[in-house]
Ligand binder design. Structure first.
Ligand SMILES: C[C@H](O)[C@H](O)[C@H]1CNc2nc(N)[nH]c(=O)c2N1
Ligand SMILES: N[C@@H](Cc1ccccc1)C(=O)O
Ligand SMILES: [Fe+2]
Length: 296
């Protein structure tokens, strides 16, 4: 990748008292993307659009169409920002990659979604270990067009800033919630189970595995159960949690989490592949192919 983005001076957004520095923001070096980069985008985009109808949630497909992303070239963040800003007030910002947690939460709390500026190499088409442009832009950005999900993501960011102040255990509980909803969530629709999680929807293998494999558990959404449950960052998920609607997710996460964090501090975490007695089990996984431990 020849593109080296011009670093934007540390944006200084003064929140009244203490200035908050938005770190790691870069301009999208769109003119520097190579033909190979655009081809990688086209390949990934076309492949996912091929398999997602009937697998992705209706809200995701509608939102992605409304965004008007083109498979022919990597979209320009500035153009998407016009559409997105109009719809829900969200804006994309270019970043180098994973941000410190507090920076990440602060961006979400201000309706700024951080999108990595670089796209994976052709050799990484099927798997990449950290979020690249395709994961963020194709996976996360479309649902920000949906007012309900746009609100959820901002509320999550505010909750993250709060959890960060409470401490690492609270942060871990909240990160698990992000993982099992925003990244790997499933939703029940009239046609059956559908995907809304970005980590699934941006992966061909997991888009198929999450819905069709016999291996993973599929369990009805339960807030505190999710916040106790460890997860995998190196394989397909061992358990997927299923919401009935975005409204259910928003209602369940509206209360103040502070007492929940205290309650959870007294309880052991749950291994990623375990099924508990009072789980609302939609499918009990066979566990076939599961690597030995590796839960975080
Ligand atoms: C929520 C949790 O902290 C998570 O790992 C965050 C950390 N920093 C990040 N930074 C960027 N740019 N993108 C992300 O998705 C995340 N995820
Ligand atoms: N209600 C949560 C914040 C939150 C909202 C939405 C999603 C996740 C977390 C809290 O008080 O911390
Ligand atoms: Fe992500």
């Amino acid at each position: 990748m020849s593109a080296q983005p011009r670093r934007v001076e540390n944006l200084h957004t003064d929140k009244g008292k203490v200035p908050v520095y938005a770190t790691g923001i870069v301009e999208q070096p769109w003119d520097d993307y190579s033909a190979e980069d655009h081809a990688t985008w086209a390949t990934l985009f076309a492949r996912q659009r091929e398999i997602l109808p009937g697998r992705a949630s209706d809200a995701f497909l509608r939102a992605q169409d409304a965004m008007g992303m083109s498979p022919h070239a990597i979209p320009k963040y500035a153009e998407l920002n016009r559409v997105l800003g109009e719809a829900t007030g969200w804006q994309l910002i270019g970043v180098e990659g994973l941000l410190p947690e507090l920076d990440f939460f602060d961006h979400l709390a201000n309706r700024r979604f951080p999108v990595t500026w670089w796209i994976r190499k052709p050799g990484q088409i099927d798997y990449i270990e950290e979020p690249d442009l395709f994961h963020d832009l194709f996976g996360h950005v479309p649902l920000l067009m949906d007012p309900r999900f746009a609100d959820y993501m901002q509320a999550y960011g505010r909750g993250g800033v709060k959890a960060h102040a409470i401490g690492p255990d609270a942060l871990q509980n909240l990160t698990r919630l992000y993982w099992y909803t925003v990244e790997f969530g499933l939703i029940r629709e009239s046609g059956g189970l559908r995907i809304y999680g970005s980590g699934i929807v941006s992966s061909k293998g997991e888009s198929i595995h999450a819905l069709e494999s016999d291996a993973p558990n599929r369990i009805g959404f339960d807030l505190e159960r999710i916040m106790r449950t460890r997860y995998r960052i190196d394989t397909y998920q061992k358990t997927y949690f299923v919401i009935d609607s975005f409204e259910q997710l928003i209602e369940a996460t509206r209360p103040d989490f502070t007492p929940i964090y205290s309650r959870l501090a007294e309880q052991p975490s749950v291994p990623a592949g375990e099924v508990l007695a009072d789980d609302a089990v939609l499918h009990r996984g066979s566990g076939e192919g599961w690597a030995s431990d590796g839960d975080v």
